[in-house]
Design a protein around this ligand. Sequence first.
Ligand code: SF4
Length: 116
Amino acid sequence: MKRALTCIVCPVGCSLEVELDGGKVMSVTGNTCPRGAKYAEAECTAPERTVTSTVRCTDGRILSVKTDRPIPKEKVAECMKIINNAIAPLPVCVGDVIIKDIFGSNVIATKNINAL
Ligand code: SF4
């Protein structure tokens, strides 16, 4: 079975073709660097995504956040529900952990917000 993918590792966006046999990656073509083959293999066997979103702070301001490492793609919706229910305490600095250990990742702040 063949699967077509677009590599999302860098802005070039190479068109990849993956040859699969019983869920196992047999070959990857179309990549112009090794990162494309690694991405294709991961995408076909255990896809992951870094989640970016926002969290409301205790005073109502909005804080941008992201997971500090990719999580399994099938867990993204569940992760978003948890993020949507979170409230960030103030003050907050870039890198502060807002939600600890969800699906093997922490949700961290990506901007500073001072207390008023
Ligand atoms: S294969 Fe390499 S050059 Fe092509 S999009 Fe992926 S990372 Fe970029």
